[in-house]
Design a binder for this molecule. Structure first.
Ligand code: ADP
Ligand code: MG
Length: 328
């Protein structure tokens, strides 16, 4: 059961997407000229706080809603005029698992395979393969009603992979999952990517983007504000620094004077020295700290994170996800 469509067009190519939502006076612009491309075999993370327009973008690309302006092609097909062709080559998995509680895991997958008009033998083989890959073999013949949130999410993702899609859309795939379930889902996504599927992922978790994405695109003000590899983006917000924590602000000032040649900056009781991370520079700074009369409580080499990128590009921190975690 493989997808028969082969095309050299980029899996996802969106130009100038515009979309407003709501009606009358409460109509709000959500996308204001969003450009986005996902290359073959690439994983792109669309990152943004709640309400940034991530789901709207995914809904347009998966033909669930039409843009007011701009164009988008998926696998070379126009989402506005060739929706049926697009739907044949994509898979969409969201935060809310769309599996049937009253069936077992195996029955869910088998039924979806049969509905897609595949031969029973081929469906059975593929279902076995997916149950193993998604670590659901032991639970395969239990009703889905008894599954945990993490298991449902994996089953839902498996259902989307009965036919290997050209593009997989994952809208906040791990929101609400506990860390262990999140790790398992990430592994499964790695396997899907290894088989050549392009992935457009939305997330509020910077850690998730860092872990999965080849490229990160930050939505801000209805368009892509910043985009690049996670490392590129981190480099852009600034260099690494050696940070020394001392007991008092007066001692921080004293230590900064002793480290004057290294370009120190002081914030409360922390002294910060930018570094190129080289051994020689680090050693020189540590020597100078050792020779200072100030006693250091703690120190670390701090590298910028995607959180810093987010803050720098949107002027606000990533919104923490609230709500109950779903157990594995
Ligand atoms: N049906 C709707 N009617 C009016 N506004 C909506 C509707 N759906 C979403 N919105 C608004 O559009 C904005 C973007 O929503 P969405 O794409 O879901 O963001 P995200 O997925 O990044 O959280 C939000 O401000 C949201 O409140
Ligand atoms: Mg959303």
């Amino acid at each position: 059961m493989t997808t028969s469509t082969h095309t050299s067009a980029p899996p996802v190519e969106a130009v100038g997407l515009v979309k407003s939502l709501g009606s009358g006076d409460s109509r709000v612009p959500v996308l204001c000229g969003l450009d986005l491309e996902v290359g073959a075999g690439e994983v792109v993370a669309l990152l943004g706080p709640n309400g940034a327009g991530k789901t709207t973008t995914v809904r347009i690309l998966s033909t669930l809603t039409r843009p007011d302006g701009g164009t988008a092609r998926v696998g070379g097909f126009d989402v506005a005029t060739q929706g049926r062709r697009v739907r044949e080559i994509i898979s969409l998995t969201g935060q809310y698992a769309a599996v049937d509680d009253k069936l077992t895991g195996r029955e869910n997958l088998t039924m979806m395979g049969r509905l897609a008009h595949h031969r029973r033998r081929a469906v059975d083989d593929r279902v076995d393969e997916l149950l193993i890959a998604f670590d659901l073999s032991d639970a395969a013949d239990r009703l889905v009603a008894t599954y945990s949130g993490g298991m449902r999410r994996r089953l839902d993702l498996a259902a989307g992979l009965l036919d290997r899609p050209v593009v997989l859309f994952l809208d906040e795939p791990t929101t609400g999952l506990d860390p262990r379930s999140r790790q398992m889902l990430w592994q499964v996504i790695d396997d899907v990517v290894a088989q050549g599927t392009a992935v457009l992922l939305t997330t509020q978790y910077l850690e998730e983007a860092d872990r999965l994405a080849d490229r990160v695109a930050l939505i801000s003000g209805g368009r892509i504000g910043t985009s690049g590899t996670p490392d590129d983006l981190k480099r852009r917000v600034g260099e690494a620094a050696l940070e020394f924590v001392v007991p008092t602000a007066a001692e921080a000032a004293a230590l900064a004077r002793d480290l004057n040649g290294f370009g120190p900056s002081v914030q409360a009781t922390t002294v910060r020295i930018p570094t190129d991370r080289s051994l020689s520079h680090t050693r020189a700074v540590l020597d100078a700290v050792e020779h200072s009369t100030v006693t250091v409580d703690a120190w670390e080499l701090r590298s910028p994170t995607l959180d810093d990128v987010f803050l720098a590009s949107t002027g606000r921190p990533a919104v923490p996800v609230t709500g109950k975690e779903v157990a594995a």
